[in-house]
Design a protein around this ligand. Structure first.
Ligand SMILES: [Zn+2]
Length: 398
Protein backbone atom coordinates (compact mmCIF):
# COMPACT_ATOMS: atom_id res chain seq x y z
CA UNK A 1 0.00 0.00 0.00
CA UNK A 2 2.84 2.42 0.81
CA UNK A 3 4.16 1.98 -2.75
CA UNK A 4 0.72 2.92 -4.10
CA UNK A 5 0.54 5.98 -1.86
CA UNK A 6 3.97 7.17 -3.01
CA UNK A 7 3.10 6.52 -6.66
CA UNK A 8 -0.18 8.45 -6.45
CA UNK A 9 1.49 11.35 -4.58
CA UNK A 10 4.14 11.55 -7.33
CA UNK A 11 1.43 11.60 -10.04
CA UNK A 12 -0.21 14.50 -8.19
CA UNK A 13 3.07 16.35 -7.61
CA UNK A 14 2.56 19.08 -10.24
CA UNK A 15 -1.05 19.60 -9.13
CA UNK A 16 0.24 20.06 -5.59
CA UNK A 17 2.90 22.53 -6.79
CA UNK A 18 0.31 24.46 -8.82
CA UNK A 19 -1.96 24.68 -5.79
CA UNK A 20 0.97 26.00 -3.74
CA UNK A 21 1.55 28.66 -6.43
CA UNK A 22 -2.11 29.64 -6.22
CA UNK A 23 -1.77 30.02 -2.44
CA UNK A 24 1.38 32.16 -2.81
CA UNK A 25 -0.34 34.36 -5.40
CA UNK A 26 -3.03 35.11 -2.81
CA UNK A 27 -1.27 37.20 -0.12
CA UNK A 28 -2.48 36.40 3.41
CA UNK A 29 -0.77 38.46 6.10
CA UNK A 30 -1.85 37.78 9.69
CA UNK A 31 -5.39 39.07 10.25
CA UNK A 32 -5.95 39.42 6.48
CA UNK A 33 -6.40 35.80 5.42
CA UNK A 34 -9.94 35.78 4.02
CA UNK A 35 -9.04 35.48 0.31
CA UNK A 36 -6.66 32.55 0.78
CA UNK A 37 -9.25 30.78 2.95
CA UNK A 38 -11.64 30.92 -0.05
CA UNK A 39 -8.95 29.46 -2.34
CA UNK A 40 -8.39 26.57 0.10
CA UNK A 41 -12.11 25.99 0.51
CA UNK A 42 -12.58 25.57 -3.24
CA UNK A 43 -9.66 23.16 -3.50
CA UNK A 44 -10.86 21.05 -0.56
CA UNK A 45 -14.31 20.77 -2.13
CA UNK A 46 -12.79 19.91 -5.53
CA UNK A 47 -10.57 17.18 -4.07
CA UNK A 48 -13.47 15.42 -2.35
CA UNK A 49 -13.38 16.44 1.32
CA UNK A 50 -16.52 15.34 3.20
CA UNK A 51 -17.10 18.72 4.82
CA UNK A 52 -15.47 22.16 4.75
CA UNK A 53 -16.27 24.95 7.17
CA UNK A 54 -14.82 28.19 8.51
CA UNK A 55 -14.98 28.83 12.26
CA UNK A 56 -15.59 32.06 14.19
CA UNK A 57 -11.93 33.08 14.26
CA UNK A 58 -11.63 32.40 10.51
CA UNK A 59 -9.78 29.05 10.57
CA UNK A 60 -10.75 26.71 7.74
CA UNK A 61 -11.49 23.15 8.82
CA UNK A 62 -11.80 20.40 6.22
CA UNK A 63 -12.97 16.98 7.34
CA UNK A 64 -12.57 13.49 5.94
CA UNK A 65 -14.18 10.49 7.63
CA UNK A 66 -16.36 10.31 10.71
CA UNK A 67 -14.69 7.63 12.82
CA UNK A 68 -14.62 7.69 16.63
CA UNK A 69 -10.94 8.61 16.78
CA UNK A 70 -9.91 12.14 15.93
CA UNK A 71 -6.67 13.29 14.34
CA UNK A 72 -5.68 16.60 12.77
CA UNK A 73 -3.18 17.99 10.31
CA UNK A 74 -2.44 21.68 10.78
CA UNK A 75 -0.98 24.37 8.53
CA UNK A 76 -1.09 28.06 9.40
CA UNK A 77 -1.93 29.93 6.22
CA UNK A 78 -0.86 33.46 7.15
CA UNK A 79 2.60 34.69 6.17
CA UNK A 80 4.91 37.49 7.21
CA UNK A 81 5.35 40.54 4.98
CA UNK A 82 7.95 40.40 2.19
CA UNK A 83 10.20 43.01 3.83
CA UNK A 84 12.61 44.99 1.62
CA UNK A 85 11.56 44.15 -1.96
CA UNK A 86 15.02 45.05 -3.30
CA UNK A 87 16.34 41.92 -1.55
CA UNK A 88 14.09 39.72 -3.72
CA UNK A 89 15.13 38.63 -7.23
CA UNK A 90 11.46 38.39 -8.26
CA UNK A 91 8.02 39.50 -7.09
CA UNK A 92 7.28 37.51 -3.89
CA UNK A 93 3.61 37.10 -4.89
CA UNK A 94 4.24 36.06 -8.50
CA UNK A 95 5.37 32.51 -7.80
CA UNK A 96 7.51 30.52 -10.22
CA UNK A 97 8.89 27.04 -10.67
CA UNK A 98 12.62 26.95 -11.27
CA UNK A 99 15.40 24.46 -10.49
CA UNK A 100 12.91 21.96 -9.10
CA UNK A 101 11.54 24.42 -6.55
CA UNK A 102 8.48 26.57 -6.01
CA UNK A 103 9.50 30.16 -5.24
CA UNK A 104 7.55 32.87 -3.41
CA UNK A 105 6.52 34.26 -0.01
CA UNK A 106 5.04 31.41 2.04
CA UNK A 107 6.48 28.58 -0.08
CA UNK A 108 8.32 27.31 3.01
CA UNK A 109 6.47 29.01 5.87
CA UNK A 110 4.16 27.36 5.33
CA UNK A 111 1.81 27.21 2.41
CA UNK A 112 3.74 24.16 1.13
CA UNK A 113 2.45 22.20 4.13
CA UNK A 114 -1.11 23.28 3.32
CA UNK A 115 -0.77 22.17 -0.31
CA UNK A 116 0.62 18.75 0.70
CA UNK A 117 -2.14 18.28 3.31
CA UNK A 118 -4.96 18.85 0.83
CA UNK A 119 -3.46 16.40 -1.65
CA UNK A 120 -2.93 13.89 1.17
CA UNK A 121 -6.69 14.20 1.73
CA UNK A 122 -7.32 13.40 -1.92
CA UNK A 123 -5.06 10.33 -1.72
CA UNK A 124 -6.72 9.14 1.50
CA UNK A 125 -10.11 9.31 -0.24
CA UNK A 126 -9.01 7.78 -3.54
CA UNK A 127 -7.13 4.85 -1.99
CA UNK A 128 -9.73 4.40 0.74
CA UNK A 129 -7.09 4.52 3.52
CA UNK A 130 -9.30 5.60 6.41
CA UNK A 131 -12.08 3.97 8.38
CA UNK A 132 -11.49 4.57 12.11
CA UNK A 133 -10.76 8.29 12.12
CA UNK A 134 -12.36 11.67 11.81
CA UNK A 135 -9.52 13.55 10.12
CA UNK A 136 -9.44 17.34 10.32
CA UNK A 137 -7.25 19.43 8.02
CA UNK A 138 -6.94 22.88 9.58
CA UNK A 139 -5.76 25.99 7.76
CA UNK A 140 -5.20 28.33 10.68
CA UNK A 141 -4.96 32.10 11.00
CA UNK A 142 -2.78 34.67 12.82
CA UNK A 143 0.02 32.24 13.68
CA UNK A 144 2.82 34.60 12.70
CA UNK A 145 1.53 37.17 15.21
CA UNK A 146 0.35 34.89 17.99
CA UNK A 147 1.25 31.21 17.57
CA UNK A 148 -1.33 28.83 18.98
CA UNK A 149 -4.18 31.35 19.37
CA UNK A 150 -5.99 29.65 16.46
CA UNK A 151 -5.74 26.30 18.22
CA UNK A 152 -6.85 27.70 21.58
CA UNK A 153 -9.99 28.64 19.64
CA UNK A 154 -10.32 25.24 17.90
CA UNK A 155 -9.95 23.31 21.18
CA UNK A 156 -11.96 25.62 23.47
CA UNK A 157 -14.66 26.95 21.12
CA UNK A 158 -14.93 24.47 18.21
CA UNK A 159 -14.58 21.67 20.81
CA UNK A 160 -12.21 19.64 18.64
CA UNK A 161 -9.72 17.64 20.67
CA UNK A 162 -7.64 15.30 18.48
CA UNK A 163 -5.55 12.46 19.89
CA UNK A 164 -2.67 13.67 17.67
CA UNK A 165 -1.94 16.79 15.64
CA UNK A 166 0.61 16.71 12.82
CA UNK A 167 2.18 20.14 12.48
CA UNK A 168 3.14 20.67 8.84
CA UNK A 169 5.57 23.58 9.35
CA UNK A 170 8.86 23.05 7.47
CA UNK A 171 11.08 20.28 8.85
CA UNK A 172 13.15 19.64 5.71
CA UNK A 173 11.44 16.22 5.63
CA UNK A 174 12.75 15.24 9.05
CA UNK A 175 10.46 14.26 11.94
CA UNK A 176 10.31 16.81 14.75
CA UNK A 177 9.16 16.19 18.30
CA UNK A 178 9.39 19.52 20.11
CA UNK A 179 10.59 23.07 20.40
CA UNK A 180 11.26 25.68 23.07
CA UNK A 181 8.41 27.85 24.25
CA UNK A 182 8.50 31.63 24.52
CA UNK A 183 7.06 34.70 26.25
CA UNK A 184 6.97 38.42 25.67
CA UNK A 185 7.62 40.31 28.90
CA UNK A 186 7.49 44.03 29.69
CA UNK A 187 9.61 45.44 32.54
CA UNK A 188 8.73 49.00 33.63
CA UNK A 189 10.09 51.49 36.14
CA UNK A 190 8.92 54.91 37.21
CA UNK A 191 11.12 57.97 37.72
CA UNK A 192 10.62 61.61 38.57
CA UNK A 193 10.89 64.24 35.87
CA UNK A 194 12.57 67.59 36.34
CA UNK A 195 14.39 70.12 34.16
CA UNK A 196 17.30 68.59 32.26
CA UNK A 197 19.53 71.45 33.35
CA UNK A 198 19.41 70.21 36.95
CA UNK A 199 19.11 66.40 36.70
CA UNK A 200 19.96 65.91 40.39
CA UNK A 201 16.44 67.15 41.28
CA UNK A 202 14.81 64.21 39.49
CA UNK A 203 15.03 60.43 39.28
CA UNK A 204 16.03 59.24 35.81
CA UNK A 205 13.94 56.23 34.69
CA UNK A 206 16.26 55.50 31.75
CA UNK A 207 19.25 54.96 34.07
CA UNK A 208 17.17 52.55 36.11
CA UNK A 209 15.90 50.52 33.18
CA UNK A 210 19.42 50.44 31.70
CA UNK A 211 20.80 48.86 34.86
CA UNK A 212 17.98 46.31 34.77
CA UNK A 213 18.73 45.59 31.07
CA UNK A 214 22.33 44.73 31.96
CA UNK A 215 21.11 42.37 34.69
CA UNK A 216 18.84 40.70 32.11
CA UNK A 217 21.88 40.08 29.93
CA UNK A 218 23.59 38.33 32.85
CA UNK A 219 20.44 36.32 33.60
CA UNK A 220 21.23 34.23 30.48
CA UNK A 221 24.08 32.55 32.35
CA UNK A 222 21.68 31.12 34.94
CA UNK A 223 18.90 29.75 32.72
CA UNK A 224 17.90 26.09 32.50
CA UNK A 225 19.19 23.54 29.96
CA UNK A 226 17.52 20.53 28.37
CA UNK A 227 19.51 17.95 26.45
CA UNK A 228 17.07 17.84 23.52
CA UNK A 229 15.66 21.39 23.42
CA UNK A 230 18.78 23.26 24.49
CA UNK A 231 19.05 26.29 26.75
CA UNK A 232 16.52 28.90 27.78
CA UNK A 233 17.45 32.41 26.67
CA UNK A 234 16.39 35.99 27.19
CA UNK A 235 17.15 39.22 25.38
CA UNK A 236 16.04 42.84 25.40
CA UNK A 237 14.26 43.60 22.14
CA UNK A 238 12.76 47.08 22.59
CA UNK A 239 13.14 50.17 24.80
CA UNK A 240 10.38 52.68 25.59
CA UNK A 241 10.33 55.84 27.71
CA UNK A 242 8.23 58.85 28.53
CA UNK A 243 9.39 62.34 29.33
CA UNK A 244 7.78 65.81 29.39
CA UNK A 245 10.42 67.19 26.98
CA UNK A 246 13.77 66.57 25.32
CA UNK A 247 15.20 68.83 28.05
CA UNK A 248 13.83 66.83 30.94
CA UNK A 249 14.67 63.80 33.04
CA UNK A 250 12.37 60.95 31.86
CA UNK A 251 9.65 59.89 34.31
CA UNK A 252 9.09 56.31 33.07
CA UNK A 253 10.90 53.65 31.04
CA UNK A 254 10.31 50.06 29.95
CA UNK A 255 12.10 47.27 28.17
CA UNK A 256 10.52 44.40 26.28
CA UNK A 257 12.05 40.94 26.59
CA UNK A 258 12.01 37.95 24.26
CA UNK A 259 12.28 34.96 26.57
CA UNK A 260 12.75 31.46 25.11
CA UNK A 261 11.74 28.72 27.50
CA UNK A 262 13.32 25.29 27.62
CA UNK A 263 11.78 22.24 29.28
CA UNK A 264 10.76 22.91 32.90
CA UNK A 265 10.73 26.70 32.53
CA UNK A 266 7.23 28.07 33.15
CA UNK A 267 5.65 31.51 33.11
CA UNK A 268 5.91 31.92 36.89
CA UNK A 269 9.55 30.87 36.98
CA UNK A 270 10.45 33.29 34.17
CA UNK A 271 8.60 36.23 35.74
CA UNK A 272 10.19 35.63 39.15
CA UNK A 273 13.67 35.48 37.63
CA UNK A 274 13.20 38.88 36.05
CA UNK A 275 11.78 40.34 39.28
CA UNK A 276 14.78 38.94 41.15
CA UNK A 277 17.22 40.38 38.57
CA UNK A 278 15.66 43.82 39.04
CA UNK A 279 15.72 43.46 42.83
CA UNK A 280 19.39 42.42 42.71
CA UNK A 281 20.39 45.92 41.63
CA UNK A 282 17.98 47.73 43.92
CA UNK A 283 14.69 47.90 42.00
CA UNK A 284 12.32 45.45 43.72
CA UNK A 285 9.37 47.65 42.69
CA UNK A 286 9.95 47.25 38.94
CA UNK A 287 6.77 46.01 37.31
CA UNK A 288 7.13 42.76 35.35
CA UNK A 289 4.20 41.63 33.19
CA UNK A 290 3.39 39.22 30.36
CA UNK A 291 2.15 41.16 27.33
CA UNK A 292 -1.31 40.53 25.88
CA UNK A 293 -2.37 39.82 22.31
CA UNK A 294 -5.75 41.29 21.41
CA UNK A 295 -5.78 41.94 17.67
CA UNK A 296 -8.92 41.41 15.62
CA UNK A 297 -9.10 38.45 13.24
CA UNK A 298 -10.42 38.99 9.68
CA UNK A 299 -13.86 37.87 10.87
CA UNK A 300 -13.91 40.81 13.32
CA UNK A 301 -13.44 38.62 16.40
CA UNK A 302 -11.09 39.53 19.24
CA UNK A 303 -9.91 36.52 21.24
CA UNK A 304 -7.36 37.94 23.69
CA UNK A 305 -4.58 35.83 25.14
CA UNK A 306 -1.36 36.28 27.11
CA UNK A 307 1.81 36.15 25.07
CA UNK A 308 2.92 33.02 26.86
CA UNK A 309 3.65 30.11 24.55
CA UNK A 310 4.59 27.02 26.57
CA UNK A 311 7.40 24.61 25.74
CA UNK A 312 6.65 21.08 24.52
CA UNK A 313 8.33 17.87 23.53
CA UNK A 314 6.98 14.36 23.11
CA UNK A 315 8.79 11.34 24.43
CA UNK A 316 11.01 9.16 22.28
CA UNK A 317 8.72 6.27 23.28
CA UNK A 318 5.56 7.94 21.95
CA UNK A 319 3.54 5.46 19.84
CA UNK A 320 2.88 8.31 17.39
CA UNK A 321 6.60 8.91 16.97
CA UNK A 322 7.12 5.18 16.43
CA UNK A 323 4.32 5.09 13.85
CA UNK A 324 5.80 8.12 12.09
CA UNK A 325 9.24 6.49 11.93
CA UNK A 326 7.76 3.30 10.53
CA UNK A 327 5.78 5.15 7.84
CA UNK A 328 8.88 7.14 6.88
CA UNK A 329 10.94 3.96 6.50
CA UNK A 330 8.25 2.16 4.52
CA UNK A 331 7.87 5.09 2.13
CA UNK A 332 11.41 6.34 1.70
CA UNK A 333 13.44 3.25 2.53
CA UNK A 334 15.75 5.07 4.94
CA UNK A 335 15.90 6.07 8.62
CA UNK A 336 14.36 9.47 9.47
CA UNK A 337 16.29 12.14 11.34
CA UNK A 338 14.47 13.08 14.57
CA UNK A 339 14.94 16.71 15.53
CA UNK A 340 13.27 19.94 16.75
CA UNK A 341 12.34 23.36 15.42
CA UNK A 342 14.39 26.44 16.30
CA UNK A 343 11.25 28.58 16.07
CA UNK A 344 7.87 28.22 17.72
CA UNK A 345 4.66 26.79 16.19
CA UNK A 346 0.96 26.25 16.93
CA UNK A 347 2.03 23.27 19.04
CA UNK A 348 2.53 25.72 21.95
CA UNK A 349 -1.25 25.65 22.41
CA UNK A 350 -1.90 22.07 21.27
CA UNK A 351 0.90 20.27 23.12
CA UNK A 352 2.20 23.00 25.46
CA UNK A 353 -1.14 24.15 26.93
CA UNK A 354 -3.45 21.21 26.17
CA UNK A 355 -1.04 18.24 26.36
CA UNK A 356 -2.22 16.85 23.02
CA UNK A 357 0.70 15.03 21.34
CA UNK A 358 2.16 16.70 18.25
CA UNK A 359 4.47 15.45 15.53
CA UNK A 360 6.22 17.79 13.11
CA UNK A 361 6.69 16.93 9.45
CA UNK A 362 6.64 19.39 6.58
CA UNK A 363 8.09 20.34 3.20
CA UNK A 364 10.85 22.93 2.89
CA UNK A 365 13.71 23.95 5.15
CA UNK A 366 13.00 26.28 8.07
CA UNK A 367 16.21 28.25 7.41
CA UNK A 368 14.38 29.87 4.46
CA UNK A 369 11.37 30.94 6.57
CA UNK A 370 10.86 34.73 6.58
CA UNK A 371 13.77 35.24 4.13
CA UNK A 372 13.77 36.92 0.71
CA UNK A 373 13.75 34.49 -2.25
CA UNK A 374 11.95 31.85 -0.14
CA UNK A 375 11.62 28.50 -1.94
CA UNK A 376 10.61 24.90 -1.36
CA UNK A 377 11.58 21.77 -3.36
CA UNK A 378 8.68 20.36 -5.42
CA UNK A 379 9.75 16.84 -4.52
CA UNK A 380 9.13 17.63 -0.83
CA UNK A 381 5.51 18.46 -1.61
CA UNK A 382 4.60 15.01 -2.94
CA UNK A 383 6.69 13.22 -0.33
CA UNK A 384 4.99 15.12 2.50
CA UNK A 385 1.57 14.30 1.02
CA UNK A 386 2.62 10.62 0.90
CA UNK A 387 3.79 10.78 4.52
CA UNK A 388 0.48 12.23 5.77
CA UNK A 389 -1.57 9.67 3.84
CA UNK A 390 0.81 6.91 4.93
CA UNK A 391 0.39 7.88 8.59
CA UNK A 392 -3.40 7.57 8.26
CA UNK A 393 -2.91 4.17 6.60
CA UNK A 394 -0.63 3.04 9.45
CA UNK A 395 -2.86 4.28 12.29
CA UNK A 396 -5.88 2.56 10.76
CA UNK A 397 -4.05 -0.76 10.82
CA UNK A 398 -3.79 -0.62 14.62
ZN1 LIG B 1 5.35 29.06 10.27
Amino acid sequence: MYKNILKRAKELEMDTANFLMELIATPSFSGKEKKVIDVIKNKMLQTGFDEVRVDGLGNIIGRIGNGKKVIAFDAHIDTVYPGDLSLWDFDPFTPKIENGKVWGRGSVDQKGGMASMVYAGKIIKELNLNKDYTIYFTGTVMEEDCDGLCWQYIINEDKIRPELVVITEPTNMNIYRGHRGRMEILVSVKGLSCHGSAPERGDNAIYKISRIALEIEKLNERLAYDEFLGKGSVCVTQVFFSSPSQCAVPDAASIQLDRRLTLGETKDIAINEVKQAAANIGYPDASVEVLKYEEESYTGLKYPTEKYYPTWKISEDSPYLKASKKVYKELFDTEPVIDKWTFSTNAVAIAGMNKIPCIGFGPGNEIYAHTPNESSPIEHLSKAAAFYAGLICNLNEK
